[in-house]
Design a protein around this ligand. Sequence first.
Ligand SMILES: Cc1ncc(COP(=O)(O)O)c(C=O)c1O
Length: 374
Amino acid sequence: MSDNKKNIEFIDLKAQYGKYKEEIDTAILNVCSSAQFILGKEVTVLEENLSKFTESKHAISLSSGTDALLLALMALDIKAGDEVITTPFTFYASSEVIAFLGAKPVFIDIFEDTYNMNYNQLEEKINSKTKAIMPISLYGQVADMNMINKIAEKHNIPVIEDACQSFGAMYNGKKSCNLSTIGTTSFFPSKPLGCYGDGGALFTNDDKLATKILAMRNHGQTERYMHEYLGINGRLDTIQAAVLNVKLKYFDDELKTREKIGSRYSNLINALNKNIVTPSIKDDRNSVYAQYSIRVKDRENVIATLTEHSVPTAIHYPKPLHEQKVFDYLGHKRGDFPISELVANEIMSLPMSPFLSETDQDYIVEKLNLAVND
Ligand SMILES: Cc1ncc(COP(=O)(O)O)c(C=O)c1O
């Protein structure tokens, strides 16, 4: 096939819709017919399904991953003056919500192999103001939750897993989202489990937190027009729940395919024997490959060559959070988090979805070989 006929999607949501179209269309139309657009029965069904899937006692559907993180912090009473320890190499929302509540994001660096929180730096940042620890399970691989939980328990600090990229991932036989005080995820369309707009969920085994969060997602309302807490409008639309209920049926199969495609990428790329760093997945966990991200030295040229050959790419993420303008007030400078800075300079993501064909994958790797000089 000649290059200009290639039409590779970065994430092939159209192919996925094509496969489940009949069921998804019916599910959406059923909601329209019932007119239960807010907190309809599909939302309850989804929450039961999510709870079963993660084996978490409570699964609360929400309007986005960002709102899930926000409500997690609000439920833990995080407020101005408090500190939350997290990492600067992630999507902005993780720290945005901490700062939004007036609390301070306290950064520690990531590991160079997994890009997740370097727990060796955790304890030195804990003080009396530390009110939560927020590791991020980046690109679909869970952070070192056992080590992080152990340190957190010693200091009696809750842990929020930002699992917005890792829904479905396994860690020591347990599911991501059910590994700490609270787990949060995103159903943004391009996530491993995505809906058809914004969506998210929060998971906990703590009854008191669950009751509070259920109220908080609905303006802090405990009974109709009775408001016990400050809350938000954080509900997931019934239509989105209906879409997710259909997609969840096929999710395990999709996860298997994702893993197969991810390890096939790594095998093919490692065989090129070039200076390309492929994902490092630890033995006690897997990755759901929310992104398949590699590191190269000459990223701009590599992307330019791939673009010339119609291979879409993305950069997750080009600038660590400690260097973002919005966080100038934290007083960080270049060099403060060297691994985050190094990775931000070299990282790039290749097309990834359960619908990526082997032929297209071979083509992508062939062009990558062309694009990377040594
Ligand atoms: C690590 C991380 N945290 C938080 C979010 C926010 O999720 P959402 O876009 O659903 O608000 C995302 C997703 O974009 C993410 O990747």
